[in-house]
Design a protein around this ligand. Structure first.
Ligand code: ZN
Length: 336
């Protein structure tokens, strides 16, 4: 094989060196040098490419941040809608609106039914709906309620109620009508509450218990005709005589105000009278002692005296009378 000699001669006084290389070795060295230069160039180019990409990405990131900040500070302009899109949106919103109104009117119908049931229980006439009111503006009350309550219940002169209404199952109910209906229902329920309170007050003022505490008590002489224990003649007994231990408490049978508290010369001895309103009065006679004065407010079960035998009496008992509109009635039905 052909050989090549490379001499390396230093510029100073050092000894020279000789390299004996074959053609193959020289070719190999050249190839290695060329290969290295290509590889270096390739990686250098790649590096430049990466740097460019990183710079580009950095710019994109800054742009996005800027746009985001602008979106936060300024409203995004809405893209223009096509007529078809607008129509579809309108239809969707309309159908959602209709569905919501249908639910509200269904619930209002249920509320009105419950309200009418409650009004029926208290004797109040059913209140009409906006629809009823607007369809018969001259309307009047339905049976059961008083005229004054009906006037409250049917504010048909309200100028706002003018539409030929469209509620409770009818199509296209308007929000205004629903609001009016809610106002009617609210007023009706307020009236119902007032009525219930009045009835509750009425009940607390209705004599409904015995005038003596439970225990040893008995009716010794009922209301009605009997042989008088003093004269032995048939006469009318205006009250109910209830026996109980001497000195035991005598109680008011309902809420009221004391209108009489004196010794009765007519025969009932120590006597207390209580007015309960609505024309109802109760009398408690033959008391051993009276514990209330005229004008005193008493509640049901307030102790008003002690059981005795004063006046025309043959033994310890209470003479209990109930007056309705000035007429003595049988107290038996007020004893429970
Ligand atoms: Zn009597």
């Amino acid at each position: 094989m052909k050989k090549w000699t490379v001499m390396l001669i230093p510029h100073d006084r050092g000894s020279s060196r000789t390299l004996n290389l074959s053609a193959y070795q020289i070719w190999l060295v050249v190839m290695v040098v060329v290969g290295l230069s290509f590889t270096t160039s390739f990686f250098f180019k790649r590096h430049e490419c990466y740097v460019r990409q990183v710079k580009h990405l950095e710019k994109v990131r800054r742009d996005i941040e800027t746009q985001y900040a602008q979106q936060l500070s300024a409203p995004t302009p809405q893209p223009a809608m096509t007529a078809q899109e607008r129509l579809e949106l309108e239809q969707r919103l309309r159908s959602e609106y209709d569905a919501t109104l249908s639910r509200i009117t269904a619930q209002l119908s249920e509320l009105r039914d419950m309200e009418n049931q409650a009004r029926g229980l208290t004797g109040l006439a059913p209140r009409r709906t906006v629809r009823d009111v607007s369809m018969s503006p001259a309307g009047g009350g339905k049976g059961g309620g008083s005229s004054s309550l009906d006037a409250l219940a049917y504010p048909e002169e309200d100028p706002k109620i003018v539409s030929p209404s469209v509620i409770y199952g009818l199509s296209q109910p308007s929000a205004d009508l629903i609001i009016q209906e809610i106002n009617l229902r609210t007023a009706s329920l307020q009236e119902l509450v007032r009525d219930l309170r009045a009835k509750q007050e009425e009940v607390t003022r209705l004599p409904s218990i015995w005038p003596t505490l439970s225990g040893r008590r008995d009716i010794s002489s009922p209301f009605g005709f009997r042989k008088d224990p003093y004269t032995f003649r048939i006469s009318h007994h205006d009250g109910t005589d209830i026996t109980a231990p001497l000195g035991s408490p005598v109680i008011a049978t309902a809420k009221g105000v004391v209108v009489y508290s004196e010794y009765d010369r007519g025969g009932l001895g120590h006597l207390v009278k209580i007015n309960h309103g609505s024309g109802i009065e109760t009398w408690y006679g033959h008391l051993q002692s009276r514990l209330v004065e005229v004008g005193d407010q008493v509640e049901r079960k307030t102790v008003i005296g002690k059981l005795g035998s004063t006046g025309r009496s043959t033994g310890p008992h209470i003479h209990y009378e109930v007056h309705v509109n000035g007429v003595r009635v049988n107290p038996a039905k007020y004893l429970k």
